[in-house]
Design a protein around this ligand. Structure first.
Ligand SMILES: *Cc1c(COP(=O)(O)O)cnc(C)c1O
Length: 401
């Protein structure tokens, strides 16, 4: 069975994981910053920890943080757990990003920051966002931070400019479901020396170095990832996933349980083993992105939009972390494709303001487009290990539905 995602790992990552190197985290930060043309990068145990630490280090609390209603829920968790409140904005059906008119309306004297998510790799209009924020700052006489959420959009560009370098900082997630991975892990990049210094001092003061056992656990997890996404046995993995909860920790990057919480090790530093895997992945980044762009274009030219299917846009500078299609009956499509040996994803299958723990932040506003995306979207496999034959097979299977 073809899995819905597959980390782009080879033997080099395993070899790097097994080769001790204590200075790896600092070197990974330097390589990461260089690759994405930022001045500074700081590594954390998770993307959510990095975002949480940013709010803490920059002393942002009791503030409203504007974020899309349709995004990964851990972003909202980081906002609440750092002592702030999410202020949701609905998304657009044309590229799944926040409606910027609604961002402008949502800004007020309590606004502390805006999370500018570039969902599924689609660049948000960073020029327009910065204009909106500048006008609001002048009007309100206060700083409003802009954090680019690039967890789906490593290297995405808006009009030829890397989106991660607009605004004050950019957030990247590096778990195995992301476009590139360091097993777990997250990174913040910035071009502002003061932000860098404050965040670095905060992290180095409060985040602990985990013990050896965690390195061993990460190594075992990494070794389990290779067979878990292998096509030959993925049928079994799929069955275990559907019928049991054994594999949740391996194949689901986060836990959706209607609770606002972080994993217990969120205040650990990134481990050298993670950084070493990350460094190998960074070298493969151009290859990863090139394949995704080619596959997206192939699907775009070969998948028909009859039967009410809505293909995702092809956008200059997008990175296609997922190939998102809106379909009339998600369950039916997923089951039919599974029968043909193709697993489809259903990320993101919720709208954050609709989750019971977030209802109190919604001020009875509806987020209809976010809600509709959460029930009508599927994503086709687009990972770097897909062969041309597999891409053709997926396309043919879709046409036969
Ligand atoms: C994955 C992700 C993050 C960060 O995730 P972690 O699992 O904490 O590393 C942030 N934003 C989005 C949109 C994501 O998909």
């Amino acid at each position: 069975m073809i899995p819905r995602l597959k980390p782009y790992l080879g033997k080099e990552e395993l070899l790097a994981a097994l080769t001790p190197d204590r200075g790896a985290v600092e070197r990974f930060e330097i390589d990461f910053a260089r690759t994405f043309e930022a001045k500074y990068a700081l590594a954390f145990s998770y993307g959510r920890s990095a975002l949480w630490a940013f709010f803490k280090a920059m002393n942002i609390h009791d503030a409203e943080i504007i974020m899309p209603a349709y995004t990964c829920v851990v972003v909202a968790h980081a906002i609440v757990l750092s002592g702030n409140k999410p202020r949701f904005v609905d998304v657009s059906l044309s590229d799944y990003n926040m409606e910027l008119d609604q961002v402008a309306e949502a800004i007020n004297e309590k606004t502390g920051a805006i999370i500018a998510t570039h969902l599924f790799g689609y660049p948000l209009d960073i020029d327009r966002l910065s204009e909106i924020v500048q006008n609001a700052e002048n009007r309100l006489g206060k700083k409003i931070w802009i954090i680019q959420d690039c967890a789906h959009s490593f290297g995405a560009e808006w009009k030829g400019k890397l989106v991660c370098n607009a605004g004050d900082a950019a957030l990247f997630g590096l778990n195995i479901s992301k476009m590139m991975t360091s097993i777990f892990g997250g990174i913040i990049t910035t071009n502002d020396e003061q932000v860098y210094e404050k965040l670095r001092i905060y992290r180095d003061t409060y985040f602990k170095k985990p013990g050896f056992i965690k390195t061993l656990r990460r190594l075992i997890y990494l070794m389990a990832v290779y067979p878990a996404f292998n096509e030959q046995i993925y049928g079994v993995v799929y069955w275990l996933q559907e019928k049991t909860t054994f594999l949740d920790r391996l194949t689901k990057a986060y836990h959706l349980d209607e609770k606002i919480h972080f994993p217990p090790d969120y205040m650990d530093r990134m481990l050298p083993i993670e950084a070493r895997v990350g460094m190998v992945q960074l070298k493969k980044y151009p290859e990863i992105i090139k394949k995704r762009r080619e596959t997206a274009i192939y699907y775009d030219q070969n998948i028909s939009t009859s039967d009410g299917w809505v293909r995702p846009p092809i956008v200059e500078g997008a990175t296609y972390s997922h190939y998102i299609v809106r379909v009339p009956d998600r369950q039916k499509v997923m089951q039919a494709m599974a029968k043909r040996g193709v697993q489809l994803g259903q990320l993101i299958e919720y709208s954050v303001p609709r989750m019971s723990v977030y209802e109190k932040y919604t001020k009875s506003l509806a987020y209809p487009l976010s809600a509709s995306c959460s029930t009508n979207t599927i994503n086709l496999p687009i990972h770097g290990h897909l062969s041309c034959l597999q891409i053709e097979k997926i396309t043919k299977d879709v046409l036969c539905l």
